[in-house]
Write a protein that binds this ligand. Sequence first.
Ligand code: GLU
Length: 434
Amino acid sequence: MFTRIGTAALRSCFRQSFSRKFASTENLLVDLYRKEGALDTVTVSLALNDLRDGGIRKTDKRLLPLLERLVHAQENENGQMSAEEFEKLLNCTNLELAYKAFQKQLIIPDFQGFRAEVTDIFEGVRENREGNIATYIPDLAKVDPDLWAAAICSVDGQRLALGDSAKRFSVQSAGKCLNYAIALDSVSSDVVHKYIGLEQSGKEFNAITLNEEGRPHNPMINSGSLVLCSLLERGRSVSDKLDFVRSQYERLCGGESVGTNSSTYSSEKETGHRNYAIGHLLQDSGAFPADGPPLGEILDFYFHLCSIEITADTGAVIAATLANGGICPTTGEKVLSALAVRNTLSLMFSCGLYDYSGQWAFAVGLPAKSGVSGCILVVVPNKMGLCLMSPRLEEHGNSVRGIDFAKRLADKYNLHQFDLSGKDYKREIEEEAN
Ligand code: GLU
């Protein structure tokens, strides 16, 4: 299902053999769409259908001038364009991407087949109505429990969005992995890990407890995230810090605007007694930097970060940026260093799903981070990112449908990081059982 050689390898061998001096690349693409019996004309709908089937959206910024012109010809010029104009358009576009998209050489070459299979999994998982929504934050208790969204973005920017994927929701703890990655680059790993540990806590995400050194166990739980809030953008106001983090999220998701939900924020602030308690424990243990901001500001910043809103569709791009070593697939912008991403993925793998992290690593084998709004960001390194959102949670605070979907997807495509490619594990497990 995925191109056999990894994207990085594909890119480097492609670069060696590819250069604009081969004018024949454009000719080759023009030839694909020449109209039968009118060779100086191309059939625009065929080109647009190929891009759509390959998972490239009509709004893809990387190919925008080409796409806009093709759509215009489709809608206003009988779907025809002169071969000469098509060639000129190709000449001024991201030709490497256009070539790979038209020739079905993106990381998921048979995207149509992939879309059909993933849609089947999605609809199968819809039947799963187990679990309960989080009610301890009053604003989350108002959400429709039946919401269900799954979105995927490949490292080549191929997009798939199913169900309620345009519905906004607060990111909650799913954002903790992003705040951590941002801090690694802006504060440094040394400083961050002077104050925050690297181990699973073995306790619930909001436990009022610290490790033996009096520090948070890791940055993926509330205590760790609170300490992170004391380190990020020190010396600036809460609103400046929030603007900074939101602008980083916007870069991670390819330039979509990212806001916060004020009613979620107020709800958290009014009822977040556990977080106040954790904050006081941290303060009492000397776990914050001595010259850090006052506790009230740290908590305020934390509540704002939890109430940042994304959609599953944009969340998938964020996860894909992590899958792509920190380079956003839909813009090509380098947002995070590869090292920050590697460190983040390591902790997502070991600590990303609360006290279910070990079972998740065992069964799914992919770095991920969940939040109590029902969101799970899942990273398939070098292949794609996923955002799953369904508010009914299992006992540890993870989306039931999200886990169900991720397990089925990982099994189907051997996505577990320790899978041997091509091996039929299901058969082996069945044979063992008989
Ligand atoms: N705002 C939530 C809290 O601090 C985040 C919890 C979560 O998603 O794990 O309790």
